[in-house]
Design a protein around this ligand. Structure first.
Ligand SMILES: O=P(O)(O)OC[C@@H](O)[C@H]1O[C@@H](OP(=O)(O)O)[C@@H](O)[C@@H](O)[C@@H]1O
Ligand SMILES: [Mg+2]
Ligand SMILES: [Zn+2]
Length: 181
């Protein structure tokens, strides 16, 4: 357990959530995302996306289309000086999934499955990882996985789970500097 990661939710954090993005034309990157990634990368964090993709379960787009979009996204990150180490995704939905995707799985956030899978694959010390998300389900997944520093961006909802609430990505760096030095 020697590595640490910045876990990013995708829709709503990396790109604006216009609803079930499936192709590059659907992607508008959120202001400050590359700067945030560069900050953590310089401090030795791997950059890992953890994303619910029920659009696959619902039949809106295929896993192949999802992978092609992530390949494109990885190149956009690289052009901005950011190595996107990996993406973990949940293609299931417990009610609206079709065929094999109709499942009560352990990877759909708020379940912590994707974070545990990432920890296993990259030998992560989850306590020292950081999660940034736009839903309480992101915070819950990270809390259940034992991620101590969790940032909830741009949500009015009240949360009692001890996460840091910010309205913009650029507010994260000063808080991290205070917490982690
Ligand atoms: O925010 P992440 O985890 O990266 O991805 C969320 C997306 O898969 C979609 O998840 C859906 O929720 P349901 O999966 O239908 O409950 C909706 O919130 C969509 O607007 C959103 O695009
Ligand atoms: Mg989201
Ligand atoms: Zn799943």
């Amino acid at each position: 357990m020697s590595n640490k990661a910045l876990f990013l939710d995708r829709d709503g954090i990396v790109n604006l959530d216009h609803g079930y993005a499936s192709k590059p034309d659907d992607i508008d990157f959120v202001e400050g995302i590359f700067e945030l990634c560069r900050y953590f990368q310089q401090r030795g964090y791997l950059i890992i996306i953890v994303t619910n993709q029920s659009g696959i379960a619902r039949g809106y787009y295929s896993e192949h289309a999802f992978s092609a979009l992530m390949e494109w996204m990885t190149k956009q990150f690289a052009q901005q000086g950011v190595i996107l180490t990996d993406t973990f995704y949940c293609p299931h939905h417990p009610e609206h999934g079709k065929g094999p995707y109709l499942r009560q799985c352990t990877c759909r956030k708020p379940q912590p499955g994707m974070l545990f899978d990432a920890a296993k694959k990259y030998d992560l010390d989850l306590a020292t990882c950081v999660m940034v998300g736009d839903r309480l389900s992101d915070m819950e997944a990270a809390r259940s996985a034992g991620v101590l520093n969790r940032f909830l961006v741009n949500q009015q909802q009240d949360s009692h789970d001890g996460c840091h609430k910010v309205t913009e990505l650029k507010q994260i760096i000063p808080t991290v500097q205070r917490l982690l030095g």
